[in-house]
Design a protein around this ligand. Structure first.
Ligand code: SF4
Length: 280
């Protein structure tokens, strides 16, 4: 049994919060650069260039990519041969988030409840997901999620007899409703299957997959390509001001579900789709 002190997890979470907020993911940056080359609309091209410039400045000057430094989502994959020592895991993760947001001068956006909205002043609690996996490592993925795009996300319980075209229509409608509010170009994480809450989790997890990396399941990869093409022909464009780059990518994660159901969730993310990961 490998022992890991939770202080190491705290330190890693703090480091990853800063990295994610200051350094736009390489895959997102690459897709923005590809989009500049493809865009014909001069205004769209200029907006994309400004987004790339903003990311460069954030990285070099160590300032946040966006003023909305988000609610922190932490995915932990803990090997079943790991013993965590030195205190509570949840406390360590939240201590890491609080430290990073304090040291990095990142905006603290978390309020204590949905109705009683007092700022917690630490940007905690984080939303923490734990998966127990094989092995003796701990993989930590941190994604600060802005709510301009989070608010545009949606879930729908389809009937098992509903077709792929009906699902596509739902996803396209989510994008149309988001319009400029989700700071396009967007990245869509789509969860299909599981239960009501599981498919929302899958949609969130799908955003961790690099943009442009297709699903290994052929029918899902095809759906991703079809959705990207259909959405990018809507003309919403960067910041909603026209152009062919409305989404940088569509990532779908599919899981088994019940014979009587077909849950689908769309987690909308913006051009500041941020995350960073590390394995201990
Ligand atoms: S949607 Fe994204 S880019 Fe827009 S304000 Fe929120 S975090 Fe920033």
């Amino acid at each position: 049994m490998r022992e890991i002190n939770v202080s190491k997890i705290k330190d890693a979470v703090a480091e990853l919060c800063l990295k994610a907020n200051f350094e736009l993911r390489r895959d997102v940056l690459k897709s923005l650069k590809t989009a500049v080359a493809k865009e014909k609309n001069p205004r769209a091209k200029n907006i994309l260039k400004a987004i790339i410039d903003n990311a460069r400045l954030a990285r070099t000057k160590r300032i946040a990519i966006c003023q909305d430094t988000g609610m922190v989502i932490v995915h932990l994959e803990i090997g079943q041969n790991v013993a965590l020592r030195g205190g509570a895991l949840k406390g360590a993760v939240n201590a890491g988030v609080a430290e990073a947001y304090r040291k990095g001068y990142l905006r603290k956006s978390i309020v204590s409840g949905a109705l009683f909205r007092e700022n917690t002043k630490t940007n905690t609690p984080a939303v923490i997901y734990v998966d127990i996996v094989d092995g003796n490592n701990v993989k930590i993925s941190v994604s600060p999620k802005g709510f301009g795009s989070e608010n545009k996300s949606a879930i729908k319980m389809f009937k098992p007899t509903d077709s792929a075209d009906e699902i596509k229509e739902f996803v396209i409608d989510v994008v149309k409703k988001a319009g400029p509010d989700a700071c396009p170009p967007m990245v869509l994480g789509i969860g299909m299957g599981g239960t009501f809450e599981r498919c929302a989790y899958l949609a969130k997890k799908a955003l961790l997959r690099p943009v442009g990396k297709r699903s290994r399941q052929r029918h899902i990869a095809r759906l991703e390509t079809e959705l990207e093409r259909a959405i990018n022909s809507l003309g919403i464009g960067p910041m909603g001001l026209g152009g062919k780059t409305t989404v940088l990518g569509v990532n779908v994660l599919e899981e088994p579900t019940h014979i009587a159901g077909l849950p689908v969730a769309v987690n909308v993310s913006c051009h500041a789709t941020r995350s960073a990961e590390k394995t201990l």
